[in-house]
Design a protein around this ligand. Structure first.
Ligand SMILES: Cc1cc2nc3c(=O)[nH]c(=O)nc-3n(C[C@H](O)[C@H](O)[C@H](O)COP(=O)(O)OP(=O)(O)OC[C@H]3O[C@@H](n4cnc5c(N)ncnc54)[C@H](O)[C@@H]3O)c2cc1C
Length: 289
């Protein structure tokens, strides 16, 4: 592996300046758990590494209008956050399913999203919370809904001169709950064969006023299952409704065969896991199917 130069800026402005001065050959590094293996295998050969560790991008906090998760918050930070446990349980569940403790202590939410694996475990729950990626550059700041963030395997809308500074989750409606389920070849240290996140919000009559279903590892990007959401909205929760939403989510997915599973198996599992995730979210609201 060629040894790149290394810079650890102390301010966001310095980091953005470094990106602007080295438009090519510069690579941001957070936990390094995706990047360093890519450098070792020569998939990526940066001339300069810009380390984000001193920028203070770690916090997870409630603001007046939602929750802000700093891009350098680690999976362990998410797992140990009481705030997220209360408002975004599916996100905490996804962090718990990532790798093992050493990787969870280093890997960050920013790295997980920017690496843009279709199997990125934090992506489906963040999609069901309607999260936005906050991107900074020397030109200013912009927010991108997460469902518009991914462009393909390994690809995002991030420009060369931008840094993902935080993930913003808008207020989660009352009478709403969520669930994340990951299917891997084993319980730990496994890339998802299929992952599903679901969120349900109920209105005063007990019907589903808003539904979100998001899938991982079954399409080129982590995706919302919009047709399954439409099946759910406006109806009272029931086992039959959740099963139908599962079937529709399965038909929306487009998984490939790979070393972990066939596309056909993945598609079948989307139906099963979507039904289970919806039932579990409903169970957290006191329902039973
Ligand atoms: C053994 C092992 C097991 C793993 N298991 C899982 C798993 O179960 N589930 C899962 O989802 N992932 C898993 N991963 C992948 C990885 O740990 C996660 O994706 C992690 O969140 C990446 O974060 P990082 O901070 O280490 O990213 P880095 O490796 O530092 O960076 C990844 C990419 O994102 C860019 N980047 C990082 N932060 C920013 C930012 N703030 N702004 C702009 N660009 C940025 C970097 O330039 C790089 O291109 C595993 C990795 C390993 C090595």
């Amino acid at each position: 592996m060629n040894k790149p130069d290394y810079l650890a800026p102390q301010t966001l402005a310095e980091a953005l300046d470094a990106l602007g001065k080295h438009p090519h050959g510069v690579q941001l590094i957070a936990g390094g758990t995706d990047l360093v293996p890519q450098m070792r295998s020569k998939m990526v050969q940066p001339e300069l590494l810009v380390d984000l560790r001193l920028l203070g991008l770690e916090g997870i906090e409630m603001t007046g209008d939602g929750i802000r998760i700093g891009a350098r918050a680690t999976h362990t930070d998410i797992l140990e956050s009481d705030l997220l446990a209360e408002h975004c349980p599916a996100l905490v569940e996804s962090a718990a399913d990532i790798a093992g403790p050493p990787i969870r202590n280093r890997g960050t939410v920013g790295g997980n999203l920017v690496n843009a694996s279709p199997a990125a475990d934090l992506a489906p729950p963040l999609l069901v919370y309607d999260a936005q990626a906050v991107l900074a550059s020397s030109r200013g700041e912009r927010s991108v809904p997460l469902e518009e963030f991914f462009t393909g395997p390994g690809g995002t809308v991030l420009s060369d001169d931008e840094i993902l500074t935080e993930v913003y989750i808008p207020p989660v409606a009352p009478n709403s709950s969520s669930k994340f389920i990951k299917l891997g070849k084993r319980k730990a240290m496994a890339v998802a064969v299929v992952s599903v996140a679901a969120r349900l919000t109920l209105d005063d009559s007990g019907s589903i006023s808003q539904a979100r279903v998001a899938l991982g590892s079954v399409a080129p990007i982590p995706m919302r299952a919009l047709k399954a959401e439409a099946v759910l909205e406006g109806h009272p929760p029931s086992a039959e409704l959740f099963a139908e939403a599962g079937r529709v989510a399965s038909s929306e997915s487009s998984p490939i065969d790979d070393i972990r599973a066939s596309g056909e198996y993945r598609q079948k599992m989307v139906a099963v896991l979507t039904r289970r995730a919806l039932a579990a979210a409903w169970g957290r609201l006191g329902g039973e199917v």
